[in-house]
Design a protein around this ligand. Structure first.
Ligand code: PEP
Length: 257
């Protein structure tokens, strides 16, 4: 049984005061439920890097994991403006989002670069949340499956099956991110199923069936239930709707059947 993961990607939003308030508001609603909710689902919050220490303090004692939105693949060195896996680990970070479409399309990240970051995350015992997703033009050209396969296999290049078992995948169609357009549950399930089939070929059935594949792209309190009820949709990566406690908490409480 794969535990569902509900992950918040705050992107480049909030300041320290708002961030602390948001975590407190989320905890006020979720903490009393974790004895039951925590058996079947996990929660992660990825704030902007500079807010990680504040969020770490606010999360003390909570059953909520701390994530980062990006990192460099080297441990240290002359890489102005970058942050490494050991630095994130020092602040209690356990997950790192890698290859988000905004990193790919705005900052030009390639599968090769993302693969180096995935390897660094694994070396340092961070859980990589490897994002893949097609643009609207790629979908309309009928290239979705090929794009997703290339991004998946590129991000996982040279990894052994036991390492792939530690990776979480996020399917995030670019045309659905921050646009209010969501993939239908049928569309999302189809792509998740195809991604899992690729994982079976790449890493074997046992590993592939243990890997979580999250859906991301305009997930809201209103549409989350129908998405995460699908067999291969193992949770959600949430941008906009994770910036309000009520909507994020409702997403975490998604009805999964
Ligand atoms: C994201 O940032 O990963 C995302 C899916 O954003 P949104 O939920 O706002 O579409």
């Amino acid at each position: 049984m794969r535990k569902k993961l509900f992950a918040a990607n705050w992107k480049m939003n909030l300041g320290p005061v708002q961030a602390r308030e948001l975590v407190r508001a989320i905890r006020a609603q979720l903490d009393p439920q974790f004895a039951t909710l925590g058996k079947e689902r996990e929660v992660m919050i990825a704030p902007p890097a500079i807010l990680i220490p504040a969020v770490q303090q606010e999360l003390a004692g909570a059953a909520i994991a701390l994530g980062a939105q990006n990192m460099h693949f080297e441990d240290q060195g002359a890489f102005t403006g970058e942050i490494s896996a050991p630095m994130l680990k020092a602040y209690g970070v356990t997950h790192v989002i890698l290859g988000h479409s905004e990193r790919r399309h705005i900052f030009g990240e390639t599968d090769e670069l993302i693969n180096k970051k995935v390897k660094s995350a694994l070396r340092h015992d961070l859980i990589p949340v490897l994002c893949v997703g097609e643009t609207l033009a790629q979908r309309e050209a009928g290239d979705t499956t090929q794009v997703l396969t290339n991004q998946l296999l590129g991000g996982l290049a040279e990894l052994e099956s036991h390492q792939i078992a530690k990776v979480t995948i996020a399917y995030e169609p670019v045309w659905a991110i921050g646009t209010g357009k969501t993939a239908t549950p049928e569309q999302a399930q189809r792509e998740h199923g195809a991604l899992r089939a690729t994982l079976i070929e790449r890493a074997g059935r046992a590993v592939a069936h243990g890997v979580r594949i999250l859906y991301g792209g305009s997930v809201t309190a209103e549409n989350v239930d129908s998405l995460v009820s699908r067999p291969d949709i193992d949770g959600a990566l949430v941008g906009g709707a994770s910036l309000k406690a009520d909507s994020f908490v409702r997403i975490v409480r998604a009805l999964t059947v």
